[in-house]
Design a protein around this ligand. Structure first.
Ligand SMILES: Cc1cc2nc3c(=O)[nH]c(=O)nc-3n(C[C@H](O)[C@H](O)[C@H](O)COP(=O)(O)OP(=O)(O)OC[C@H]3O[C@@H](n4cnc5c(N)ncnc54)[C@H](O)[C@@H]3O)c2cc1C
Length: 368
């Protein structure tokens, strides 16, 4: 892949660039990460000045706003031929029936918007069910019914639905539901996409099994492939409860699992979205696509808003289909999402350094 230029940040104001730069620099220090994490606890967010500060810094880097009209402004402003958006209502878990109903209504509202064909919608399954139900491994009639209604609505509108993957202790139930939806709605093409977390030891085998079943039964598997975002909580829970961690034993094992999964999906020409900021994995896929005779529009890449913008600018210059994952929602609901992004940024030293260099270059050009 070629080199991106600093113009990737031209959309940012000086203030936004400065905030991003300060954030990237502070994530190099465990001390600052702990301070940001502390500021994101309810106790501190109750202080008006803390919540204002978070709203104008970390929140602004990773979320696009609180409401659907703000999402619409964001997507309209970035319209481009090979550019698409996965809109994520940033909500996880549900405490009451009215939470479930409100989350369902927001998803329906999102799907019902008059989007052009460059917008897909993300569903977080835990926001439509209670903890105990997901933990039981049994699918509740209500959960299945709500998912079915959203999938039917999306299918009728021609909108793709990406179902996020969450902690492994929920995934047994979630995968049963999403496979039922995929079997039902992906008869002609992939409309519903399940997320495969390649950091889990058994995901490669699950992917192989689902691929086999799709061929036998004649449905189109829709795959969103990620490494996995719950590394710490997966390992902590396994340790506390005395079972073997379901996560691969090292980063290298996770990388191998992701890249083998990617090869499998490419060899089988399925509908797949590679949701990763890993340069090597992106190159592996882009090299494969460039070598194959025709551009395969069933393959796409996805990055999170506010992350890996230089890498994705390069991919979009090469005419690949690119999704930006666009989270929105109130600040308090977004805390788990923000905490995961902070942890990820603290681990992505090389990518962070590259972004820091590009921001400095852009600021220098503007100010001097
Ligand atoms: C568009 C988009 C959608 C996403 N949706 C989801 C989702 O639905 N569910 C979800 O769980 N995640 C999701 N993620 C997050 C994703 O799983 C990763 O956390 C994140 O993208 C970082 O991984 P990477 O592939 O970009 O590459 P890298 O930065 O190269 O890899 C970091 C990842 O490697 C793995 N890893 C790191 N250290 C170790 C170790 N010691 N042992 C084993 N593995 C290790 C972890 O998975 C870690 O997140 C999404 C990411 C994107 C870009």
């Amino acid at each position: 892949m070629g080199k991106a230029t600093s113009s990737v940040f031209s959309r940012y104001s000086n203030f936004e660039l400065l905030v991003k730069l300060l954030f990237l620099l502070s994530t190099r220090s465990k001390f600052f990460i702990r301070i940001i994490e502390k500021a994101l606890t309810p106790k501190f967010l109750d202080r008006r000045w803390v919540s204002k500060l978070i709203q104008n810094t970390v929140y602004r880097i990773f979320l696009v706003g609180e409401t659907i009209p703000e999402v619409r402004d964001y997507t309209n402003a970035r319209n481009a031929p090979n550019k698409k958006f996965m809109v994520d209502y940033c909500v996880e878990g549900a405490q009451t029936e009215s939470d479930i109903r409100a989350n369902f209504d927001t998803y329906s509202d999102l799907i019902n918007q008059q989007w052009s064909d460059n917008v897909a919608v993300v569903i977080k399954p835990s926001s439509l069910s209670f903890d105990e139900e997901l933990l039981s491994g049994e699918v509740s009639t209500q959960h299945m019914d709500l998912m079915d209604k959203l999938c039917a609505l999306a299918a009728s509108k021609g909108i793709l639905l990406f179902i996020d993957a969450e902690q492994s202790w929920y995934q047994g139930t979630i995968h049963k539901i999403e496979m039922e939806m995929i079997r039902k709605y992906n008869r002609q093409s992939a409309i519903i996409f399940a997320t495969y977390q390649m950091y889990l030891k058994d995901t490669l085998n699950i992917l192989k099994r689902d691929l086999e079943e799709s061929k036998k039964e004649g449905f189109h598997l829709g795959v969103k492939m990620v490494r996995g975002a719950y590394l710490e909580s997966e390992n902590d829970r396994a340790l506390q409860n005395g079972y073997e961690s379901p996560v691969c034993e090292s980063k290298e094992h996770t990388d191998t699992s992701f890249n083998e999964g990617a090869q499998l999906a490419l060899d089988d020409s399925i509908s797949v979205c590679f949701a990763t900021h890993n340069q090597y994995s992106c190159s592996l896929v882009s090299d494969h696509l460039l070598k194959s005779a025709s551009q395969d529009y069933k393959v796409s890449f996805a990055h999170l808003h506010g992350m890996a913008e230089d890498l994705y600018s390069t991919l979009s210059q090469e005419d690949f289909v690119i999704y930006t994952y666009v989270p929105f929602g109130p600040i308090r609901q977004s805390i788990p999402y923000l905490l995961r992004r902070i942890q990820e940024n603290s681990g992505v030293q090389n990518q962070g350094k590259q972004e820091t260099r590009l921001i400095l270059k852009e600021l220098k050009q503007r100010l001097f």
